[in-house]
Design a protein around this ligand. Structure first.
Ligand code: MLT
Length: 317
């Protein structure tokens, strides 16, 4: 099979694919270049590079797109399905990495690490300014979404002595409820109550019709002054203008790894009022960017390619 890998991919797994297939490795491909390079390829593997309808139309031999991560919002799935191109993802393999970054952002915000570092780098010693942390022990974190990442965040929060709240939902499976019980999660009635009762609101839902702007003006009106909002899920979960207003009006702070408008390629210019806001500790959508996670994702991609080559139909979760 001819395979195009259009984002960075670990060497050992690349070698495994190249040993069995005609493999083109073009990790710096931009979304615009993809349409020119896709001709003749049967399988496309992408991480951050967007796959547009135009690219899919130019793909004369494409049968499968694998998104080397959980979310498939960077791929025009409607166009793919119209063209009979299968889209698959790799859920779960990077959950711990995302949970770890969520905690890194939380600790960085509570201890004001970015400004601490900036002051020291500029030769300023200002212990008073940097001695205002609230601490995490005994605080309440509201975890929105109890999938693999949300549960991993909840477990880490409990280990820090935080109280963990989540919204009660009738359709949670037994395994999730069992893990929630073991963690000691308290279920509240709805998102508004979650927002009212927590010191930290952490988002762990996919991008979907029903999750767009879940954190909007109405919800932010419920949070207490100084609440920390964490988004390591998808940018469109948050109404960014509403969050900026809440940061200006009541000192909300935010740890943000994902933005509404991210470059469709691994590198690119970014203009974001949210990223530039002093109350934001922002990162480059790097939740999944640990060596461990990327090796695990790549191993799964190799397994999926082999299954596909053997005729198995892959599923997108
Ligand atoms: C995901 O969808 O799992 C992450 O966005 C993946 C990534 O950034 O690699």
């Amino acid at each position: 099979m001819k395979i195009l890998i259009a984002d960075a991919f670990p060497e050992e797994h690349l070698n495994r694919l190249a040993a069995a297939h005609d493999c083109a490795y073009e990790p710096d491909t931009t979304a615009d270049q993809l349409a020119e390079r896709i001709g003749g390829c049967e399988v496309l593997v992408v991480r951050s590079t967007r796959v547009t309808a135009e690219t899919l139309r130019a793909a004369d031999a494409l049968r499968l797109v694998i998104r080397a991560g959980s979310g498939t919002n960077t791929i025009d799935r409607d166009a793919a399905s119209r063209l009979g191109i299968h889209v698959s993802n790799v859920p779960g393999r990077n959950a711990i990495a995302v949970a770890e970054l969520t905690f890194a952002l939380l600790l960085a915000l509570d201890r004001n690490i970015p400004d601490n570092v900036a002051d020291l780098r500029a030769g300023r010693w200002d212990k008073k300014r940097h001695s205002r942390a609230r601490g995490l022990f005994g605080r309440t974190i509201g975890v929105v979404g109890l999938g693999r990442i949300g549960l991993a965040v909840a477990e880490r929060a409990a280990a820090f002595g935080m109280r963990v709240h989540a919204v009660a939902k009738p359709d949670r499976d037994d395994e999730t409820l069992e893990r929630a019980r073991a963690i000691g999660i308290t279920f509240v009635a709805d998102l508004a109550e979650l927002a009212r009762t927590c010191d930290v609101l952490s988002l762990h839902l996919p991008s979907a019709e029903g999750t767009r702007h879940l954190v909007d003006r109405d919800l932010l009106a419920q949070v207490r002054p100084g609440t920390i909002v964490l988004n390591t899920a998808r940018g469109d979960l948050v109404d960014e203008e509403a969050l900026i207003e809440a940061m200006d009006a009541k000192g909300v702070r935010a740890g943000i790894d994902v933005f509404a408008d991210e470059p469709g390629t691994p590198t690119g210019p970014v203009e974001s009022r949210l990223a530039a806001h002093p109350n934001v500790c922002g990162t480059h959508h790097i939740g999944a960017s640990t060596e461990q996670a990327q090796l695990a994702v790549a191993a799964e991609v190799v397994r999926m390619v082999e299954e596909f080559a053997a005729g198995t139909v892959l599923h997108c979760v």
